[in-house]
Ligand binder design. Structure first.
Ligand code: ADP
Length: 339
C-alpha cells in the first residue's frame, strides 16, 4: 500500500506555549519497501507517525492510502481502517500478565476472530518470528529481542497492509538490533509489506531502509534513496547524522569510520561502488603538486553497495588544489568541502 501525505500540519498547545510539531510535510511513501523517517529527538517523528497511522487528525493537510483519502474517515470507517495497520514500539507495549501466545492472539480476539483461526494464526506468527517454542512463556521471562519479536508477531497477526515501526530497536543492544532489522527485512520481502520505520539512528536507515526522509523541525529537509543520501547528503542535518554514524549495528566489526585525528579534515571524499577499487589518491599526488593528509576513513556497507569515505586535508597552491579537486570529481568521487 502506498501512502501520500499532502502538506500535513499539527500544532500542540500546552501551558508553556504552542509548538508546530509537524509543519507542512508532503511525502510519497511507496508500497512494498522499508521507508525510513529519521530525525533527532524533537524533530516531530512521533507526531508525524500518529498522523500517518490515523491515531490523530492533522490541523491541515491530507493523508491518502492508495490514493484514497483517510484522514477524514467516519468513526466506524476509521476502526475498520485501523485494523489493517500494524505498529511496533520501542517499549514493546505487551501485556505482561499474558503469555507470548496470548499477546499475539489479543488483536484477533478484539476483531472477534474464530478461536480455531486464532490458534492457527498464532502458531504461524510464532514460527515467522522464530519463537515457535516460546508461545506459553510469560512475557516477563522473555529477553528484549524476544519481546520485540512477539510484538512483531502480534502486529502481523491481523495481516496488516502497512507496518509502522516507531523506534523499534532503540531499546535493544546492537546485536539484537541487527537481528530484529534482519527479521523485518525478511518479513517485508516475504509478505511484500509496506513498512515505515521511524528512527533517530542512521545505522538503522543504512541497514534496513531503501528510501528515507530526513525530518527536522517538523519539516522534511531531504528525501530519496538511501544510497543517494549516503553518497550525496545535502542538508546539514543529514551530514551531521552521517558524521556520527557508528559501527554497523550488531556486526562484530570495527567502527566503519575510524578517525585518528580530530583536527583538520576539510574535504570529505565519498567513493561509491566501482570507485572504491581505484588508486585515485596515489594518482592524485603524482599528477598534481599537492599533499594530502588523511584524517579519517572507512567503508559503509549498504545493502545494495559499498561507500568508502575519506576525510582529508589537501594542501598546496590554490590552483593545484582546485585542479586536484576537479580531477577527483571527474573520477566519480563525490567531494564535499567544509565551509
Ligand atoms: P520526535 O518523535 O521526533 O522526538 P515529537 O513528535 O515527539 O518528536 O515532538 C515534536 C515536538 O512536539 C516536541 O517539541 C514535543 O514536545 C511536541 N509535542 C509532541 N506531542 C505533543 C503533545 N501531545 N502535546 C504537546 N507537545 C507535543
Amino acid at each position: 500500500m502506498n501512502i501520500t501525505l499532502e502538506n500535513l500540519k499539527k500544532t500542540y498547545t500546552s501551558s508553556t506555549g504552542s509548538i508546530t510539531a509537524v509543519n507542512g510535510v508532503s511525502l510519497k511513501i511507496p508500497e512494498n519497501m522499508i521507508f525510513g523517517i529519521i530525525g533527532k529527538s524533537g524533530a516531530g517523528k512521533s507526531s508525524l507517525v500518529r498522523l500517518v497511522s490515523l491515531l490523530e487528525t492533522p490541523d491541515e493537510g491530507s493523508v491518502f492510502y492508495n490514493d484514497v483519502r483517510v484522514d477524514n474517515l467516519s468513526k466506524a470507517e476509521l476502526i475498520q481502517r485501523r485494523r489493517k495497520i500494524g505498529m511496533i514500539f520501542q517499549n514493546f507495549n505487551l501485556f505482561s500478565s499474558r503469555t507470548a501466545a496470548q499477546n499475539i492472539a489479543y488483536p484477533l480476539e478484539i476483531c472477534k476472530t474464530r478461536s480455531s483461526v486464532i490458534k492457527d494464526r498464532v502458531a504461524e506468527m510464532l514460527k515467522l518470528v522464530g519463537l515457535e517454542d516460546r508461545g506459553s512463556a510469560p512475557v516477563s521471562t522473555l529477553s528484549g529481542g524476544q519481546k520485540q519479536r512477539i510484538a512483531i508477531a502480534r502486529a502481523l497477526a491481523i495481516q496488516p497492509d502497512i507496518l509502522f515501526c516507531d523506534e523499534a530497536t532503540s531499546a535493544l543492544d546492537p546485536q539484537t538490533t541487527h537481528s530484529i532489522l534482519n527479521l523485518i527485512r525478511e518479513i517485508q520481502a516475504k509478505m511484500s509489506l509496506s513498512v515505515v520505520m521511524i528512527t533517530h539512528q542512521m545505522e538503522v536507515v543504512r541497514d534496513a531502509c531503501e528510501q528515507v526522509a530526513v525530518l527536522d523541525n517538523g519539516k522534511v529537509v531531504e528525501q530519496g534513496l538511501v544510497t543517494d543520501i549516503f553518497s550525496h547528503p545535502k542538508s546539514e542535518v543529514t551530514k551531521d547524522f552521517l558524521s556520527h554514524i557508528s559501527a554497523d549495528a550488531g556486526r562484530q566489526e570495527k567502527p566503519s569510520l575510524l578517525r585518528w585525528s580530530e583536527d583538520g579534515g576539510k574535504y570529505t571524499l565519498r567513493f561509491v561502488g566501482s570507485a572504491t577499487g581505484e588508486p585515485v589518491m596515489s594518482r592524485l599526488s603524482k599528477k598534481f603538486d599537492i599533499e594530502y593528509n588523511i584524517r579519517a576513513g572507512g567503508i559503509q556497507h549498504l545493502p545494495s553497495e559499498d561507500i568508502g569515505t575519506l576525510i582529508t586535508d589537501i594542501s598546496g597552491e590554490e590552483g593545484e588544489v582546485k585542479k586536484a579537486l576537479a580531477y577527483l570529481k571527474e573520477s566519480g568521487i563525490i567531494v564535499e568541502e567544509d565551509a
